[in-house]
Ligand binder design. Structure first.
Ligand SMILES: Nc1nc2c(ncn2[C@@H]2O[C@H](COP(=O)(O)OP(=O)(O)OP(=O)(O)O)[C@@H](O)[C@H]2O)c(=O)[nH]1
Ligand SMILES: [Mg+2]
Length: 355
């Protein structure tokens, strides 16, 4: 899945402070010499990778980035304070273009790039004192900070796509495992467009997960919100399918009457699996054949835990990894990350069609 985000920013570094012209004035020194201090340097604009970000949206509201100017020099040889750098967080994968040329690629979690250099502070008149000019009446002006208009482009490719019925707990999972904070609510179609989260398993292992709007039967024909996002799923390396039977109507009714048989529960869960599987197959045979992790979500609820036990074997014989997890309690979360990381890294990348 590729999301393209593009935005323009103007990065302006701080100017250097002017050097000072000043003379020593002390009661007992009749001819005070020059003592004007240097101006401080201007702050730089620095782009820094941030694993918690996955869009450039903030820049569309705030395209002007300005670092602080250096302070002018003072009397008695005082150097002006340097301006603070403007350190701006950008998502990993951000590419920086200047006049259509790629000038930086913020690709790793610790990447830092100086986008605009601050101006040097000017020298004060004390600096220019020499044998031939003992009383220079001039000082240097601070240099202007650099200023550029850049285009930032973010192309994120998601490694894992989350699929499942609306309300299955996809966004809650993304919120649990990444720094992203998608909207979560107890009604269907809370998520209306995909969003990404960067999952940091540990220092050296990361992957990107995509939260996708819920799929419903008929999605491949355009029902619900699904179809346009099924297209994106084609680009992910692997899928995690979330199953949640706790809001299935016949299950709930039987449960309320105290007559929930194993068969009914198993059937309801497998049916949910099949319905999504059918949509995937109808959309693309190739996508449906990719190894998939089937996760029974909300396993803090006994109902889902029981459904997991009842269906595990059958789903495993179909070649899928099967786990139970709860984004509410953390149960099975670490295991899911290990499995997904392994799936992502064992799979050849899908073909890179342009989107
Ligand atoms: N008990 C329990 N509830 C959960 C868990 N995960 C999610 N929920 C609840 O399930 C409801 C739906 O969660 P979402 O994460 O919004 O579901 P979704 O799959 O993203 O839904 P859509 O965006 O509508 O497709 C919310 O009320 C969540 O609080 C869990 O692990 N345990
Ligand atoms: Mg959602």
């Amino acid at each position: 899945m590729k999301f393209i985000d593009e935005t323009r920013v103007i990065a302006t570094a701080g100017s250097g402070g002017n050097g000072a012209i000043s003379w020593r004035r002390e009661a007992h020194v009749p001819m005070g010499g020059p003592d004007g201090g240097d101006g401080g340097n201007g702050g730089a604009v620095v782009f820094q990778a941030d694993t918690g970000l996955n869009t450039l949206i903030d820049f569309s509201f705030n395209p002007l980035i300005k670092a602080e100017n250096g302070q002018p020099g003072g009397p008695s040889g005082q150097t002006g304070r340097s301006g603070k750098d403007a350190v701006v967080s950008v998502p990993i994968g951000t590419q920086v273009f200047y006049k259509d040329k790629l000038v930086a690629d913020i690709a790793s979690p610790d990447a830092r790039w100086i986008a605009a250099k601050g101006g040097r502070g000017g020298k004060g008149n004390a600096f220019f004192k020499s044998a031939t000019n003992r009383a220079p009446r001039f000082a240097q002006s601070g240099q202007e900070g650099e200023s550029f208009e850049f285009t930032l482009v973010l192309k994120s490719v998601a490694d894992v796509g989350l699929v499942g019925f609306p309300n299955a707990g996809k966004s809650t999972y993304v919120a649990r495992v990444s720094a992203a904070s998608p909207k979560v609510a107890d009604y269907p179609f809370t998520t209306i467009k995909p969003s990404l989260g960067v999952v940091v398993v540990d220092d050296s292992r990361r992957f990107v997960v995509a939260d996708i709007p819920g799929l419903i039967p008929g999605a491949h024909e355009g029902k619900g919100l699904g179809i346009q996002f099924l297209k994106h799923i084609e680009r992910t390396k692997t899928l995690m399918q979330l199953i949640d039977v706790s809001s299935n109507e016949s299950v709930m009714t039987a449960e309320a009457n105290g007559e929930l048989e194993d068969d009914l529960l198993r059937q309801a869960a497998l049916e949910q699996f099949e319905k999504i599987d059918y949509e995937l197959r109808a959309f693309s045979e190739e996508v449906s054949k990719r190894p998939r992790l089937v996760a029974f979500s909300k396993c803090d609820l006994p109902l889902n835990q029981r459904a997991l036990q009842l269906c595990r074997e059958q789903l495993e014989t179909q070649g899928h990894g099967v786990i139970g997890l709860s984004s509410a309690t953390g149960l099975g979360i670490a295991e899911s990350l290990e499995s997904l990381y392994n799936l992502v890294n064992s799979e050849p990348s899908p073909p890179q069609h342009s989107s």
